[in-house]
Each structure stands twice: as C-alpha cells, then as structure tokens.
Design a protein around this ligand. Structure first.
Ligand code: MG
Length: 303
C-alpha cells in the first residue's frame, strides 16, 4: 500500500474508532423519515379507519397509549395487510411509582412496566415510553432518582430484551418535570447502564424549550435514540404555529431532521400534538405530513 493511501486508510480508521467511541457505531445507512401518529390524533370512527387514513397519507407508525394489553387482537387485525406497524407505546410515569420510596408502590410500578413491555413485544412495537416522574410525583433529588434508576433499570432492561422490546426514557420540559429535561441527561443513564433494553427518545416540543439545538441533542443521544415525537412550537400539528401566533416563526424541523439523517435514524417520528382550533384533522394531519416531508427534503438536500 502506498504511504499516502495507507495514511488515508489509517486516518479513516482513526475517524471510525473516534465515531464508534462517541456513538457506539457509525450509521450503516442514512436515516429515513418514517412518519406516524398517536392513535388519538388520527381521525376515524374505528381503529381500522384511523390506520387506513394514516396509510393513505403516507404514514407507517401507529403509536398507542398506555398498556393496550386487552387490545392486542384488535390492533393486529387493524394493521394486518397494511404497511402500518405499531411504533411505541406511550406509557408514561405510572404516578412515579417506579421511583417511589414505598417498596410496595415501587414493586407494583415495576410489575406494570414489565407487563407493558410484554404487550410492546407482542405488538412488535419499538418500545415503551417511560417518564420516571412528573412534577409532584417525587420528593427526591435528581441524584437520588438517578440512583434508583441505576438500581431498577438493569432487571427491567433484561425483561424488555426477553419480551423483544425496550424502555424509552423520555425527557420533558421543566414545566412538566424537574428530572430529565434534556436528551443528554437520559443518554447519561443509558451510557452508564449500557443495556440494549434501556434506550431513549426525543420530543421536538420539549426539545424546542430545553435544548441548545435539535441537532446537537439528537447527535449526543444517537446510540440510544429509538423514537421521536413531533409537535409544533405551540404543541399543535407541525406547520400550524402561525395559525395561532401569526407574528412568530413556524417551528422548523430541518436542523433536527438533518441530524436524524446523519446518525442513520431508522425508527418512527410520531405526532403527539393538538390540532389548531377550527382546523379539520382530515385535512390538517395530511397537511402536517406534507410539511414534514418538505422539511426532511430540505434537511437532506446536498449543501
Ligand atoms: Mg412526548
């Protein structure tokens, strides 16, 4: 090998190692935009109708609330023969029970998330969204909460793997929780535990309030990022900000989408938002998808 080529090769190798050290693995392929929605945001008289609308508008990820353990057959039937799959289960905090100092409450909380993980596995969902606690659900300090999570999450992660799913920690803005406000904080927990069953997600609404930039947040969280929530700045459908605040700019997704493309993101981006007053979801949801596809196209266009 010529020296120059060798040097190039070596530098590439060093670069790859550096990237691996930072993100665990260089992306095998560029990221994709797989749009989806929470069930409640989709118009339709039945789950089947909602799924049909989602597919008609180019979406492919159905996000369900809570633990739909009693609906597995209904959900499977609704998506059967369509291009729609179940994305995440939006499970929440279980009243902060998993981080409670009351052993009985903690035990019950852990049992509940194990059950939700079983449901997520049965539905081939990407994971169970978990918020350790909202405001007023814990008196503990963030350092104390960290310790509890380090203690309980490895076994929950083992259960998640066995069930074929994963836990997705969701950071929220400071108006909703004093604990885990940014993706790097959730990433620190994932990094410490280093468990394939313990991952995280990002929500553009909260990120707009808490992160310096969407791109930096997604990049820092890349090795563990397996779900994304979409909402406008005022938490309506993407592209609807100006209907409510005509003098303020529309929430841009370009910076975040560019990072998702670069890190090789392969999971879903799912609507979790309201619908602006006097707009019809039958028109507004497909319009939001159109807006998001435009933002993605702008994000990935060569400089
Ligand atoms: Mg969210």
């Amino acid at each position: 090998m010529q020296r120059r080529r060798f040097l190039q090769h070596s530098l590439t190798a060093v670069g790859a190692v550096a990237l691996n050290a930072q993100t665990h693995a260089a992306p095998a392929k560029p990221g994709v935009l797989k749009l989806g929605s929470q069930e409640g945001r989709l118009p339709g008289g039945s789950l089947k109708e909602k799924v049909a609308n989602l597919e008609k508008w180019g979406g492919c990820g159905l996000e369900l609330g809570g633990d739909p353990s009693g609906r597995i057959a209904e959900v499977k039937e609704a998506i059967q023969g369509t291009g729609v799959k179940v994305s995440a289960l939006c499970w929440g905090s279980c009243n902060g029970d998993l981080v409670s100092m009351d052993p009985a409450k903690r035990k019950a909380g852990i049992e509940a998330i194990r059950k939700a993980l079983d449901t997520a596995g049965a539905l081939e969902s990407t994971g169970v969204i978990f918020v350790p606690c909202f405001h007023k659900q814990s008196e503990l300090s963030p350092a104390e909460l960290d310790k509890i999570l380090w203690e309980i999450l490895p076994a929950i992660g083992d259960h998640a793997k066995k069930a074929g799913s994963r836990v997705l920690l969701e950071p929220l803005n400071k108006g909703e929780t004093f604990y885990l406000n940014r993706l790097d904080q959730a990433a620190a927990i994932c990094r410490k535990l280093n468990h394939p069953g313990i991952c995280l997600m990002g929500d553009f609404y909260h990120m707009g309030l808490e992160e310096k930039t969407d791109a930096a947040a997604f990049t820092a969280a890349a090795p563990w990022l397996h779900h994304v929530h979409l909402a406008s700045r005022v938490r309506n459908l993407p592209g609807q900000d100006k209907l409510q605040q005509p003098d303020k700019p529309e929430r841009s997704f370009v910076d975040g989408f560019r990072a998702l493309h670069q890190i090789g993101y392969q999971d879903y981006c799912s609507l979790e938002c309201g619908c602006a007053k006097d707009t019809d979801p039958m028109l507004a949801v497909p319009a939001a998808f159109e807006y998001l596809r435009g933002q993605w196209a702008e994000a990935i266009k060569p400089a």
